[in-house]
Design a protein around this ligand. Structure first.
Ligand code: FES
Length: 145
């Protein structure tokens, strides 16, 4: 049911933890399943993501997608990180079962929330970034859980 990569990132998640004085922190949840993901980004003066860490209280797919999302954003510019969609995260994990697609949305939105926080703290506007939602189930109301 799960790919080897999903299982690997679930069993051995990368970048678990917090970043003290992070440039941006984003927390998103899903009221339907009760899962919560918090993403920390350390961004240098050139807008490049030096470090990414996460804490996820959620299902295995949520853990695996947060782990992969942190791996994907590291070394990227803010603008590049914005382009990392939940589909990209899923592809990097060799797919997710259809019923678990919403878990990857949590990862995408957590990145956006952390970028939003960074932009607010630095009084900048990130082109193309929309205000993230706190509850991802607002974005995927039709999904089953
Ligand atoms: Fe809620 Fe996976 S994020 S079931």
């Amino acid at each position: 049911m799960y790919s080897e990569k999903v299982m690997d990132h679930f069993m051995h998640p990368r970048n678990v933890g917090e970043i003290e004085d992070a440039s941006g922190v984003g927390t998103v949840g899903n009221a339907k399943c009760g899962d919560i993901m918090r993403m920390y980004l350390d961004i240098d003066e050139n807008g490049v993501i030096r470090e990414a860490k996460f804490k996820t209280f959620g299902c295995g797919a949520a853990v695996a997608t947060s782990s992969m999302a942190t791996e994907l954003v590291k070394g990227k510019t803010v603008q590049e990180a914005l382009e990392i969609t939940n589909k990209a995260v899923m592809e990097a994990l060799d797919g997710l079962p259809p019923i678990k697609v919403h878990c990857s949305l949590l990862a995408e939105e957590a990145i956006h929330a952390a970028l939003w926080d960074y932009a607010e703290k630095h009084h900048i506007k990130i082109e193309g970034l929309e205000r993230p939602v706190n509850d991802i189930s607002e974005k995927a109301p039709e999904e089953e859980y």
